[in-house]
Design a protein around this ligand. Structure first.
Ligand code: NAP
Length: 307
């Protein structure tokens, strides 16, 4: 694969930033990778793992002369990062992010972006419940979607360059507006995580079932929720706060549908219950057919977990 950018600056080097670093190097997509993260401990770990060519705790320094800047920090930190880097960005540079919410990231970053850089918000739909530089691995983005939510007037050439970059990582790229992205993600990602956090919290609070029983018998379903509920608290707090409207809308729908199911169970309406469970089973089959999961025991998590 050929070099696409002379210098790539990675701002934030957790699960996503470090996975990007592995693939950029493996695929030879940049001549130089500069790694920036705010804490000296994380920076030291990134250096031990050999994730970059240069390391700094100053995102300002990192972006100097970078042709591509990828911001991979919790969405609530987007504005402070944008403020820090804005004066040091190279004219003509592409600035992108990987944040799980898009309207809020645009509102936080766009006002600080100079006119002579190309700001293209993005979101790779790939990840695990782990965080930090040790959590990253090569191939994370392979076969996964990356969604761009370009703002009005985005330069087509810059968009094409960023698309080629993600395609080189093995991703499929889609474009949509930020509000639509936030609604779609509220149902496919944010709500499942909130439900998982909630059910695991409820089990933890139960007085009639002991914690050891919850753990001992977890393979009967509970275990699959605990994977989502083990996700990074900072990242998911920020997602909840920064996609508030769409999440509340989906939660309202969810509560209504749950009340319907609750009623069907109360009144012994087996047909209604069976009809819903049959419909949902078909969705699972479609996901496997679309290559977004494998039809292996344990939802294929062991096969996918390469670390
Ligand atoms: P992570 O593993 O927790 O790493 C976070 C990185 O951001 C670290 O380098 C951390 O630096 C830095 N950081 C944390 N708080 C910060 C702050 N207030 N100001 C500046 N830097 C800060 O996170 P991640 O999983 O890679 O997620 C990064 C972004 O990707 C998030 O916006 C998330 O929504 C998005 N995303 C995540 C997933 C996923 O499955 N995890 C999937 C797709 C997109 P220090 O360690 O030095 O403090």
């Amino acid at each position: 694969m050929s070099v696409q950018f002379d210098r790539i600056a990675l701002i934030g080097i957790g699960l996503i930033g470090s996975s990007l670093a592995y693939d950029i190097r493996r695929l030879g997509l940049a001549r130089e990778i500069v790694v920036a993260t705010r804490s000296p401990d994380t920076l030291k770990r990134a250096e031990e793992l050999g994730l970059g060519d240069r390391y700094t705790t100053s995102s300002q320094d990192a972006v100097k002369d970078a042709d591509l800047v990828i911001v991979s920090v919790p969405v609530g930190a987007s504005e402070s990062v944008a403020k820090e880097i804005s004066a040091s960005l190279k004219p003509g540079a592409i600035v992108t992010d990987v944040g799980s919410t898009k309207a809020s990231v645009i509102a936080q970053m766009l006002p600080h972006m100079p006119d002579n850089v190309h700001f293209i918000p993005g979101h790779p739909l790939a990840g695990t419940e782990k965080s930090g530089p040790d959590a990253g691995f090569p191939g994370l983005f392979e076969g996964r979607w990356c969604i761009f939510t370009p703002v009005a007037g985005t330069d087509e050439v810059a968009l094409k360059r960023l698309r080629s970059f993600w395609e080189a990582l093995g991703s499929k790229v889609d474009e949509m507006d930020a509000e639509h992205h936030d609604k779609v993600l509220a149902i496919v990602s944010h709500l499942p995580h909130i439900i998982a956090y909630n059910i695991v919290g409820t089990a933890d609070d139960l007085e009639t079932v002991t914690e050891s029983e919850v753990i001992k018998y977890s393979a009967s379903g509970f275990r699959d929720f605990t994977r989502l509920a083990a996700s990074d608290p900072t990242m998911w707090r920020d997602v909840c706060l920064h996609n508030r409207d769409a999440i509340l809308e989906m939660l309202a729908r969810f509560s209504e549908d749950l009340a319907y199911l609750q009623r069907a169970i109360r009144w012994g309406e087996g047909d209604k219950i069976f009809e819903l469970f049959t419909r949902t089973r078909a969705i699972r089959r479609s996901i496997v057919q679309a290559g977004q999961d494998v039809d292996a025991p344990d939802f294929g998590r062991h096969a996918l977990d390469k670390k």
